[in-house]
Write a protein that binds this ligand. Structure first.
Ligand code: NAD
Ligand code: MG
Length: 391
């Protein structure tokens, strides 16, 4: 029996994870869950799974709502405390945004297997995060569908990410990172000036939280994933080729020196990568509809439009710049996405905010979590000040 903690259990990835646990009560027990606000939902989960630990990070829970066997932690550091208390074998890191960094890092420090959905943690502090993974010899399993696909297509030796394998020595010549292109694929900049948050969140293939949905629409999600891939697999942006693939059937691929391209395919359902991470190296049922290749039809691939979707090249530049630039990019993006979702700014202004904040940055090394968090705070402040001055 494996004890599983789900950080961000009330979100899209959290719900998909609980769905898999529900299908395998003989293999997994829920050791702890966190959520920011949805206290009723957390209480329901605690009752259904007889979950011993719950953390509510954003609002004050009514203890009476929870079953008597559940200990409830509360406050901004409650998710980190829960990781320390719950003694999990597996932690699913599925909090959205920079708020997930410290709990994810604590999960690594606990020595548990970590299923990483919270890509922002790696974008902010990739070097420190991967150093901690290596130091603790932690089984790190990417849950992001593209990175999970790459992981599946890598040789077995290269799946031991905690050993920081040199994948070039194993015959890998490059990575293909696929992107759906989001709801605005093929649009011109003029077309995008007036799009609404509702349109941006209506993703053609995936059902996800609102922040990542906007990131998919701007292609910032692919930018964050490019950085994520660089840290996870020890490559540079020039070794990663982004392919827009509107059908979201090929979830990404690995190129080998002999000309082979090994890809992972499936219907777009996050339960596949989550189940893979939970059971690795075994396989378990995930409740996912089998892929019908006859019905899938034609699979298309095209290059991304980096002129219209500026966030993607900006992310590559931030990674190349190094230091705290990726953390600053991420924080500015969080502020900009929030402003777009609350209709304070237009869709195209998101990229302008990132450009402005990165231009203002006096870069410094990301040599401690404190320096990363300080850069995050500076970027948020700078982005907000600029937004206040223009709106
Ligand atoms: P979501 O918005 O549906 O859920 C986010 C979770 O984080 C919720 O449980 C929420 O309570 C919690 N949360 C929000 N703000 C918080 C804060 N300040 N402190 C602590 N907890 C907080 O998001 P999601 O779509 O499930 O995405 C979660 C993560 O997984 C993101 O990093 C996203 O990029 C990544 N991811 C998601 C998908 C997907 O299909 N949804 C795919 C790949 C990667
Ligand atoms: Mg993804």
């Amino acid at each position: 029996m494996k004890r599983v903690v789900v950080l961000g259990a009330t979100g899209s990835i959290g719900r998909s994870t609980l769905d898999i646990l529900r299908q395998h009560p003989d293999r997994y027990e829920l050791a702890g869950v966190t959520g920011h606000t949805q206290v009723d939902r957390l209480a329901e989960i605690a009752r259904e799974f007889a979950c011993p630990w719950v953390a509510v990070t954003g609002s004050a829970p009514d203890q009476d709502a929870f079953p008597s066997g559940t200990r409830v932690l509360q406050g901004p550091t409650a998710a980190t405390e829960l990781v320390q208390a719950a003694e999990a074998d597996i932690v699913v890191a599925a909090i959205v945004g920079a708020a997930g960094l410290l709990p994810a890092l604590e999960a690594v420090r606990s020595g548990a297997r970590v299923l990483l959905a919270n890509k922002e943690a790696l974008v902010m502090s990739g070097e420190l995060f991967m150093a901690e993974v290596a130091k603790r010899q932690v089984e790190l399993l990417p849950v992001d569908s593209e990175h999970n696909a790459i992981f599946q297509a890598l040789p077995t030796e290269a799946q031991r990410l905690w050993e920081r394998p040199d994948i070039a020595k194993l015959g890998v010549s490059g990575l293909v990172l696929t992107a759906s292109g989001g709801p605005f694929r093929g649009r011109s900049a003029d077309d995008l000036a007036e799009v609404t948050p509702e349109q941006a969140c209506a993703h053609p293939n995936w059902s996800m939280g609102r922040k990542i949905s906007v990131d998919s629409a701007t292609l910032m999600n692919k930018g964050l994933e490019l950085i994520e891939a660089c840290w996870l697999f020890g490559v540079t942006p020039s070794q990663v080729s982004v392919h827009v693939h509107p059908q979201s059937i090929v979830h990404s691929a690995v190129r080998y020196t002999d000309g082979s391209v090994v890809a992972q395919l499936g219907v777009p359902d996050m339960r596949t990568p989550i189940a893979f991470g939970l059971a690795w190296p075994a396989r378990v049922k995930a409740g996912v509809r089998p892929l019908d290749l006859f019905a899938a039809g034609i699979l298309e691939f095209e290059p991304p439009d980096s002129q219209v979707f500026r966030c993607l090249p900006l992310a590559a530049e931030a990674f190349e710049a190094g230091g705290v630039a990726p953390a600053v990019l991420n924080a500015a993006n969080e502020v900009a996405v929030e402003a777009f979702l609350s209709k304070r700014i237009g869709f195209l202004t998101i990229a302008h905010v990132l450009e402005y904040v990165l231009e203002k940055l006096d870069n410094s090394p990301a040599d401690s979590i404190d320096s990363v968090l300080q850069a995050d705070e500076w970027a948020r402040h700078t982005a907000r000040t600029w937004l206040n001055s223009v709106s």
